[in-house]
Design a protein around this ligand. Structure first.
Ligand code: ADP
Length: 504
């Protein structure tokens, strides 16, 4: 609407002809109307001023010599107006000096009398052009102001949104300097509303791995967004946060910094802990009555030795197997709870992994023999550096992996345990040529209770807890575990553990 009004104003330029000579007035009107102007006429000065106020013409053709109020006086009065029109003075040859004087008084142009129609057209068109240009400039200025206002409104709208987000938001520049923190983040970090951004990220968040990840993202070291891991960390105020960062890219895809959003996962963590505590408590409570039942059954079965097999004996044997299964599951659950509480690795000491593996392989060799499987240990690095760890944790890791290799490899299969060095880590591979695992299960087998059930493994008993214990322990030792496997082709579980750098 506004724009249309402005456009109409642009095109429509009204002219007022002020002259005491009727011929000039009418003649000028004819010429100007023909080329599209709307024309008002006044024969005298005072009449001109009244019309001027009413019609507000943009151009005034003003005769200087008029009876009564003369042109000069009208010109003077016009110049005092708020938005004076452009004045073109009409003057006879004899009064060129007066015309010059009028120009000094602010007239825009002049036209000598008598004039040809063309002369009038040229002079008025020139004035009209100037008015159009002025109006266009005004409109552009107006639009510029409006765009700036829009930008400003947009900016404040976006900052209102960020300010009111329930999740924390942090933005850094490409040097890791914090440039924005919303109130939700300040309250998560217990920072107080007056804390200003401007310092490096580690001044606000103390967690080292978080800070170095944010620094890497800020400096554009993560091109592939998918690779940026979520990071969970605890705050000194006992809150747990999950942070997800992404680079902020400029027009040429250059990295300008990082934007990180934070979710408060304290409630989830508390629930997880309560769940683990519950599992630990229940397992603990179940363990002794179950063990008693198991012992009683074993006792009764012992007494029956020699007697011919009957139904009761069969039932009892199955009951004994089942209770044994339950007891080992409870053992695993208790182990898991202890790992989660960080208890199992509480007594780290220098360990010679080669010796430890030798004794596990020797111990489990009997089971492998029972299935006509070969079980070999190959130490490919000599000497093997020591590891600082709780030996029980290491026994549990490799005991579980080798037991799995035995369990999931058919008779006559081959199992090999290889030890070598990979950089600063000791690498242990447990390799079998057994049933193998499809890659869709790779992540899940490390979860609690997950078991792959297919024709080959269906009848193998287990709890699905072994690998989650192994993973928990490897994590707590600062190591990595990987699986490489294919159905029918066997599996390789690789464990990397940091060494102490000591071969003694
Ligand atoms: P469990 O052996 O008690 O079932 P685990 O957590 O140790 O539980 O293993 C989870 C699953 O991973 C197993 O059920 C099995 O399907 C698969 N798995 C583990 N190790 C191997 C292996 N060496 N070869 C084939 N499958 C394996």
């Amino acid at each position: 609407m506004e724009k249309m009004k402005v456009d109409k104003n642009l095109d429509q330029i009204n002219v007022m002809v002020v002259d005491d000579e009727q011929d000039i007035r009418d003649g000028s009107e004819r010429i100007l109307v023909r080329i599209g102007f709307q024309v008002y006429k006044a024969a005298r000065g005072d009449e001109a001023l009244t019309l001027l106020e009413k019609e507000k013409p943009a151009i005034v053709l003003l005769d200087l010599k008029m009876p009564g109020m003369d042109g000069m006086e009208v010109l003077e009065r016009i110049q005092k107006l708020d938005k004076p029109p452009l004045v073109i003075v009409i003057t006879g040859y004899a009064t060129v000096e007066t015309a010059i004087e009028a120009m000094k008084q602010g007239a825009y142009d002049f036209i000598p009398k008598p004039f040809e129609p063309d002369q009038l057209r040229i002079v008025v068109n020139r004035a009209a052009e100037k008015i159009r240009l002025t109006r266009e400039t005004e409109i552009l200025e107006l639009e510029k102001a409006r765009t700036l206002l829009d930008l400003d409104t947009e900016k404040s709208r976006i900052s209102t949104i960020i300010e009111s987000l329930p999740d924390g938001v942090l933005v850094t520049n490409n040097t890791g300097q914090v440039v924005l923190m919303n109130p939700a983040l300040k309250s998560l970090l217990d920072l107080g509303p007056d804390v200003k951004p401007g310092k490096q990220v580690e001044e606000y968040v103390t967690d080292e791995s978080f800070c170095s990840l944010v620094m890497e993202i800020s400096q554009g070291k993560h091109v592939d967004y998918e690779d940026i891991p979520d990071i969970e960390f605890a705050l000194p105020n006992e809150k747990y946060l999950r942070a997800r960062g992404q680079p902020v890219l400029g027009e040429k895809k250059e990295c300008l910094g990082a934007v990180v959003n934070f979710a408060d996962i304290t409630a989830m963590k508390v629930l997880d802990r309560l769940k683990s505590e519950f599992v630990a408590k229940v397992s603990h409570e179940l363990r002794s009555p179950l063990s008693t039942i198991h012992e009683q059954i074993a006792h009764v079965l012992n007494d029956m030795v020699g007697a011919s097999l009957n139904d009761d004996q069969n039932i009892l044997s199955r009951a004994k197997e089942k209770t044994q299964g339950l007891i080992s599951m409870i053992g695993d659950l208790l182990d898991l709870s202890r790992i989660e509480e960080g208890l199992i690795c509480h007594e780290p000491q220098p360990v010679h992994l080669d010796d430890l593996l030798r004794s596990i392989v020797e111990f489990l060799g009997a089971r492998a023999d029972a299935g006509d499987q070969s079980l070999q240990l190959e130490i490919l690095s000599d000497p093997v550096p020591t590891i600082t760890a709780d030996p029980l944790a290491l026994e549990s890791i490799f005991g579980n992996l080798i037991t799995n290799a035995i369990n999931y490899t058919p008779e006559n299969g081959k199992i090999r345990v290889e030890v070598d060095l990979a950089g600063i880590n000791i690498r242990v591979k447990v390799i079998d040529n057994g049933f193998g695992i499809a890659d869709k299960h790779f992540d899940k087998i490390f979860e609690r209770f997950y078991r792959v059930k297919d024709e080959k493994t269906r009848y193998i008993t287990g709890t699905g807890l072994g690998l989650s214990i192994v993973k928990g322990l490897v994590d707590s030792l600062g190591g990595i575990i990987q699986v490489d496997s294919a159905p029918g082709e066997g599996s390789t579980f690789t464990v990397l553990l940091p060494t102490t750098g000591n071969t003694g």
